[in-house]
Design a protein around this ligand. Structure first.
Ligand code: EPU
Length: 417
C-alpha cells in the first residue's frame, strides 16, 4: 500500500490541467453495453475505478483497452450477465451495469453493494424504477436477480434525488418499449453527460439537467464516439488548495459553470477568480474567512466537496458550520483533521469548525476518496510533515495527483509501505 508524504506550508502556484470526470466516465462506460460494436470514449481518466469498470465489462464478455485516456470497448459479445461480489465490493458504481444489462440481455445478476464508509447507500430506488418498467426483481444470497423480456416505459418518481439511480433508469429506458418519465431526476452534470453520450448513440432523451427527464425508447443504438467532461470535483479540490495555501493556481480544462455553488462560497471566503486565457485563475487570500455551507443535490453545494472545504475551514478566520445533507456518515475525515490540531465538533450531520492559526503535520489514515482528498488539502497548508496512509482511496478518483501537485510547487512524494 502506498503512502503520500507531504511537507506543507508552501504557497502553491502554476497551472494544473483537470482530467476527465470519474463519475461521468463510469456510467458512460456502462452505457457501452447498450450497443454492439466498438465504442471509443476519450478523456477517460486513468483511475482505479475506471479499471474496475473495465474489468467488470470484460467479465461480461466485452473487450476493454485503455490507452492515452482513450477507452476502447468492444461490446459485440456480451455473454455473461453477472457483476460478482469481488468487483462490486471494491466499487459501488458497479451497480450501473444493472439497467444496461437488463435492456440488452433481459437479465442481470448484480451483487448488492453493502454499506460503505460514508453511509448505508441503499439501491431501493434503482430497483423500484426497474420494477415499474416491468422487471421482476429478486434478492437472493446477496445478489439482485433482475429479469424482463423487454422493459416497458413507465412514469417514475424518485422521492430522493439519486445520481446513479437516475442514470440506471435512463440507460434501461433508452431501449425500452414506449416512453419513460423520470420525476425528481438528479440534475448533476454527470447525468447530463451520460444523456448526451446516449443521444450520440441514437437515444431520444429530453430534459437531462432538469428534474423531469423524458425518454422515448428506440429499438437499436449505435456505438459511442464520445468525449467525457472534465472532473468538476477535481477542479474544486484544486480551488480549495489555492484557498488554503494562499496560492495562485490556473485551472485548465475546467467548466466553472458546473461549480457555481462552490465558487460562490469560495468567493465569500475571500478567494478570487479570474478568467484566464487557458482556464480559470484562482487566487487564495492571506487567510480564508469562515463560511457556512450545507450540501445539497446539484446545483447545490456538492457533498463530494464537503471534506475538502472543511479542511480549508480548519484554518479560516472565524467559525464555520458545515451541514452534510446527502450522506449520514460523511465526517470520517474529522478525526484525522483533529490529529492535525483542528478544532471541530460534530452533532448529528453538522460540524462546527473553529478556525485555528496553523495545522500541524501528522501521520494520517485515509478512509474514503473525498476524505483522503481533504487530508491532502490540509497537509499542504500544515506546518511540518504529514504522511497519509492507505492512499489507494485517493487513487480511485484523482489522476496523477502527486505529479500535478509537484508541478504547482508542493513538496510531496509517494512511498511504498
Ligand atoms: N439513496 C437512497 N436509495 C437509492 C439511492 C440513493 O436512499 O436507491 C440515497 C443515498 O443513500 C443518499 C442519497 O440518496 O443519501 C443520494 O445518493 P445518490 O444515489 O445520488 O449517490 P450515488 O449515485 O450512489 C453518486 C456519486 C457519488 C456522489 C453522490 C452524490 C457516482 C459513481 N457516485 O453516488 O460520488 O457523492 O452521487 O452526489 O456518480 C465520489 O465520487 O466520491 C462519490 C461518492
Amino acid at each position: 500500500m502506498d503512502t503520500l508524504v507531504i511537507n506543507g506550508k508552501k504557497r502553491l502556484s502554476g497551472t494544473v490541467e483537470i482530467s476527465g470526470s470519474k463519475n461521468a466516465a463510469l456510467p458512460i462506460m456502462a452505457a457501452s453495453i447498450l450497443a454492439e460494436g466498438e465504442h471509443q470514449i476519450t478523456n477517460v481518466p486513468h483511475l482505479r475505478d475506471v479499471r474496475t469498470m473495465g474489468r467488470l465489462l470484460a467479465n461480461l464478455g466485452a473487450g476493454f483497452h485503455l490507452e492515452d485516456n482513450r477507452a476502447i470497448l468492444d461490446c459485440t459479445m456480451i455473454t455473461n450477465f453477472e457483476a460478482p461480489y469481488d468487483l462490486v465490493s471494491t466499487m459501488r458504481a458497479s451497480v450501473l451495469i444493472l439497467g444496461p444489462l437488463l435492456a440488452r440481455l433481459g437479465k442481470a445478476k448484480v451483487s448488492l453493494p453493502g454499506g460503505c464508509a460514508i453511509g448505508a447507500r441503499p439501491i431501493n430506488l434503482h430497483l423500484m424504477g426497474l420494477k415499474k418498467m416491468g422487471a421482476t426483481i429478486k434478492l437472493e444470497s446477496g445478489y439482485v436477480l433482475a429479469k424482463a423480456k423487454r422493459l416497458k416505459g413507465a412514469s417514475i418518481y424518485f422521492d430522493t434525488s439519486t445520481v446513479t439511480g437516475t442514470e440506471n433508469i435512463m440507460m434501461a429506458a433508452v431501449l425500452a418499449e414506449g416512453k419513460t418519465v423520470i420525476e425528481n431526476a438528479a440534475r448533476e452534470p454527470e447525468v447530463s453527460d451520460l444523456a448526451n453520450a446516449l443521444i450520440s448513440m441514437g437515444a431520444k432523451i429530453k430534459g437531462a439537467g432538469e428534474s423531469l427527464i423524458e425518454i422515448e425508447g428506440v429499438s437499436r443504438l449505435i456505438p459511442l464516439a464520445y468525449e467525457i467532461i472534465p472532473d468538476r470535483i477535481e477542479a474544486g479540490t484544486f480551488m480549495t488548495i489555492a484557498g488554503i495555501t494562499g496560492g495562485d493556481i490556473t485551472i485548465k480544462r475546467c467548466m466553472p459553470d458546473h461549480l457555481d455553488a462552490l465558487i460562490n462560497n469560495l468567493q465569500d471566503c475571500g478567494i478570487r477568480f479570474k478568467k484566464a486565457r487557458t482556464g480559470i485563475r484562482v487566487i487564495g487570500p492571506e487567510r480564508p474567512l469562515a463560511v457556512n455551507v450545507r450540501t445539497m443535490p446539484y446545483p447545490g453545494f456538492p457533498t463530494d466537496m464537503q471534506a475538502q472545504f472543511m479542511a480549508m475551514m480548519c484554518i479560516a478566520a472565524g467559525t464555520s458550520v458545515i451541514s452534510e445533507k446527502i450522506f449520514e456518515n460523511r465526517f470520517m475525515h474529522v478525526a484525522e483533521l483533529r490529529r492535525m490540531g483542528a478544532d471541530i465538533t460534530i452533532e448529528g450531520g453538522t460540524a462546527t469548525i473553529r478556525g485555528i492559526d496553523l495545522l500541524k503535520g501528522a501521520p494520517l489514515m485515509a478512509t474514503d476518496l473525498r476524505a483522503s482528498a481533504s487530508l491532502i488539502v490540509a497537509a499542504l497548508a500544515a506546518e511540518g510533515r504529514t504522511t497519509v496512509h492507505r492512499i489507494y482511496h485517493l487513487d480511485r478518483g484523482y489522476e496523477k495527483i502527486e505529479e500535478k501537485l509537484q508541478t504547482l510547487g508542493a513538496d510531496v512524494r509517494r512511498e511504498k509501505e
